[in-house]
Every structure is written in C-alpha cells, then in structure tokens.
Write a protein that binds this ligand. Structure first.
Ligand code: XBP
Ligand code: MG
Length: 236
C-alpha cells in the first residue's frame, strides 16, 4: 500500500524559479559587481543544470572558460551562492512566492489519510525552510518527516541519489511511495530511484516530455479549476 508522498520543491510546491531564484542570482551578481544578468529565457536554458553553484559554474565556463578554471573560481562561486541564498530567503520571507494551486489541499489530505511526507530537492535547505515557513507557517517543516536537500548527496538531480537518500531515511521501498515532480531532470531522478511519479508541469517545464510518468498534468487543480493532462494513458 501507499505509505508516503515525496515532493520536489522548486517548480512543484511553488513556482520559485523565474521570480525567486533567478532574481536572487541576479542580485548576487550585482552585489559582486559582475555584469552577469540572467533574463527569463537565459535562465530557462540554464535550468538544465540543477543546483545553483553548478548552474553558475556552467554559465561561467560558457562565457569565460579560462577564468572559470582558475583556482579562485570555486571560492567566488561559493560566495556568490551564499549571497544568492540570502537574497532568496529574504524574498520568500517577504511573501513573494505562493504554493501552487492544490498543493496545500493535497498536503492536508495526505496528512489526514496518515500518509508520511518528505522532500527531495536539489535546492539549499535554508531555501526549503524559508518557503515552507512563509507558506505553511512556523510549524510547516514538521509536516515533513525527512527533508533531503542540496549537498546532502554528492550528485544532484537527474541523479537519483537524493531520492534514494530520502527512501533510506524513511526505511521505505520505492513501491510504497509516490514522487511529485515538475521537470524531466526531476522525473529522471525519481524514476532512477524506482519511484512512480506524478508530474505537474510549470512555467519552465510545460514543453518537456514526461512519457513514463504515472500522471502528466498541468497542476494539481483547485475547486473550479481542475487539472488537465493524463493519468497513465487516459486523458484527465
Ligand atoms: C531546483 C534547482 C535548484 C534551484 C536553485 O531543481 O535546480 O538549483 O534552481 O537552488 P529541482 P540552489 O526542482 O529539480 O530540485 O541555488 O539553492 O542550488
Ligand atoms: Mg523542480
């Protein structure tokens, strides 16, 4: 029987990328006096690389491979990422990002049904906490029994490591769980760990292909605005 739901954060619980992470990256670049700026399409392209530090390094390698290979590069990336995280946390705490429609309902219904909840994300733990506090309140983190985030594992999604890490800590088999994702990177990670996955596509991922997902929907739906897509091969 189904025992637990495991949620991705960015794009799945909330649309955090365009008006959250992207803005915070650009603020960190400005703080450092860099002329880097990620507009909406550029950021969409860069999302192929998961993880903020990894994404910045990949961009740097693109525009200036020599500088990106210098010994001091890792230090600058780390400092940029600390600043980016601080900007993101502030932005989210100010109420800049809401949960996607239907997310709170699903979490509450799952809790009511005795399902265990967990998080598996590539983002930094501080970011998860900030979002959960701002949207579910101070006790929101207690809803999640295990939070797998950021550098808990050496390789980020699409590597399945973070899902395997969460499953181990919950002492559950993948067949006992359902994953919720919004991106092909996330779906690959969940599938790699053997998890059936519900995909709710978002602003940056609606064009991606999610064949093989248990469900492929445009969201979780809300009263009066039901989700559309398909469950298995059936239109929904
Ligand atoms: C989310 C990410 C993260 C965020 C930035 O992917 O790729 O890198 O964009 O977060 P997913 P950090 O939804 O598949 O987990 O800067 O904290 O890494
Ligand atoms: Mg995501």
């Amino acid at each position: 029987p189904l025992r637990a739901l495991i949620f991705d954060v960015d794009g799945t619980l909330a649309e955090t990328e365009r008006d959250g992470h992207r803005i915070a990256f650009n603020q960190a670049f400005a703080d450092a006096g860099l002329d880097w700026h990620w507009d909406v399409p550029t950021y969409g392209r860069l999302l192929a690389i998961t993880g903020g530090k990894e994404r910045m390094l990949a961009y740097w390698q693109e525009i200036d491979p020599q500088a990106a290979a210098a010994p001091e590069a890792a230090g600058l990336i780390a400092e940029l990422h600390r600043r980016k995280t601080a900007h993101y946390v502030r932005l989210v705490a100010e109420g800049g990002i809401a949960l996607r429609p239907g997310v709170r309902r699903l979490l509450e219904q799952a809790r009511g049904a005795g399902l265990r909840l967990a998080i598996a994300t590539t983002t930094t733990p501080d970011n998860v906490e900030a979002l959960i506090h701002a949207t579910l309140g101070a006790g929101g983190m207690d809803w999640f029994e295990v939070v797998g985030a950021g550098d808990a594992v050496p390789r980020k999604k699409p590597d399945p490591g973070i899902y395997t890490w969460v499953l181990e800590r919950m002492a559950l088999a993948p067949e006992q769980c359902l994953a919720f994702e919004d991106s092909t990177n996330g779906l690959r990670a969940a599938h790699g760990a053997g998890l059936r996955t519900v995909v709710t596509t978002g602003a940056y991922t609606h064009h991606e292909n999610f064949d093989g997902a248990l469900a492929w929907l445009d969201g979780l739906g809300e009263a009066g605005a039901p989700a559309t897509g398909r469950i298995g091969s059936q239109p929904w």
